[in-house]
Write a protein that binds this ligand. Structure first.
Ligand SMILES: NC(=O)c1ccc[n+]([C@@H]2O[C@H](COP(=O)([O-])OP(=O)(O)OC[C@H]3O[C@@H](n4cnc5c(N)ncnc54)[C@H](OP(=O)(O)O)[C@@H]3O)[C@@H](O)[C@H]2O)c1
Length: 178
């Protein structure tokens, strides 16, 4: 069977968890989903949502987008390191006035939301370019196009994601990536 390999980040909860379970349940079994999370002790809800797909069309793996070794180890563990569809979903918010936030907290948001995506692509994009095949899906935010009160640093991180993707799309298209 010619299954597409899907790698999703941030699958311990929310959108990542829902996407992983939904794609793995595809009736025609067109996808093999590698649902990743930084902390495998949080896998319980995904295991429940995955149901019978676990070990069939869904596997759970460790991946921390803030850690290059963790990303490499995860990708190296995939058959032929192949990722057909990358869904960059992992992210975090930070709400409140900047006077109440430390620079370290702000850096963690940028490191996760923006550099997390950059790290993933540095590991996966070269293989996609060689194969001239691949889909990259980035979960951004409306706050990547419009700032909203007390979401200053979160919005900045998503604006960075938007600019990065807009620029990267030009070369991705040259390699027939979508
Ligand atoms: N929900 C919304 O209304 C909304 C709107 C616009 C955009 N988004 C975006 O959608 C994406 C998913 O958000 P969500 O709403 O589903 O929130 P969520 O339930 O909090 O999920 C965020 C996921 O990212 C993971 N994560 C955080 N830091 C990570 C890291 N360093 N490495 C790997 N995984 C990490 C979290 O893992 P832990 O459990 O370990 O923390 C969690 O699994 C985010 O990029 C968010 O910015 C959400």
């Amino acid at each position: 069977m010619n299954q597409k390999v899907v790698l999703i980040t941030g699958c311990s909860s929310g959108i990542g968890l829902a996407l992983a379970a939904r794609i793995a349940k595809d009736e025609k079994k067109r996808f093999m989903v590698y649902a990743t999370m930084r902390n495998l002790t949080k896998a319980e809800h995904l295991v429940e949502a995955a149901g019978r797909t676990l070990g069939r069309t869904l596997e759970i793996k460790q991946l921390d987008v803030c850690n290059e070794e963790s990303i490499k180890a995860c990708v190296d563990s995939l058959p032929e390191r192949r990722v057909d569809i990358l869904i960059s979903n992992a992210g975090m918010g930070l709400i409140g006035p900047i006077e109440c936030q430390s620079i370290d907290e702000m850096k963690t948001v940028m490191d996760t939301n923006f550099f997390g995506l950059v790290r993933l692509l540095k590991e996966i994009l070269p293989d996609m370019k060689k194969r001239k095949k691949g889909h990259i899906v980035v979960i951004s935010s409306v706050m990547g196009i419009q700032g909203i009160l007390f979401n200053d640093v979160y919005a900045a991180s998503k604006f960075a994601v938007e600019g990065f993707c807009e620029s990267l799309a030009v070369q991705a298209l040259r390699f027939s990536l979508k």
